[in-house]
Write a protein that binds this ligand. Structure first.
Ligand code: 5GP
Ligand code: ZN
Length: 115
């Protein structure tokens, strides 16, 4: 665990969050500043900085994040209406927390392309 990493601290229950789902390797919790009626972040419990630093050995973990996001989309009731999963990577995409995370956004029509 990276002690100075906000999402590691959430994963270790050192920082409170509204957790909606978890499994052995991943945790899903509500975004503190929601941009859609459903806005959940899905993170690995182990620290991986970004998609840019992920390696072949992280392939299964990255897939597991997407699959937990799909599970949460179903439990949040947006699977049929539709949703988007987003992984912001590095500065131009606005990645503000350097612990890889999948945004699950749904509950309203989502514009394309994103800003
Ligand atoms: P990024 O901008 O890195 O793609 O996404 C980081 C997300 O983390 C943002 O949507 C932001 O609102 C959310 N966030 C930042 N700090 C906290 C926090 O302390 N708790 C929760 N639940 N979300 C946070
Ligand atoms: Zn971390």
């Amino acid at each position: 665990m990276a002690h100075d990493c906000l999402f590691c601290r959430i994963a270790h229950r050192e920082v409170p969050a509204t957790i909606v789902a978890e499994n052995e390797r991943c945790l899903a919790f509500r975004d503190i500043d929601p941009r859609a009626p459903v806005h959940v972040l899905v993170i690995p419990k182990d620290h991986v900085e970004s998609l840019d630093t992920a390696r072949a050995q992280d392939a299964e973990l990255l897939g597991a994040l997407q699959l937990l996001a799909a599970e949460v989309a179903r439990s949040e009731g947006v699977a049929r209406s539709g949703y988007r999963t987003v992984v912001n990577t590095n500065a131009d995409a606005g990645q503000s927390v350097p612990h890889v995370h999948v945004h699950l956004l749904g509950g309203r029509p989502l514009a394309w392309p994103p800003g």
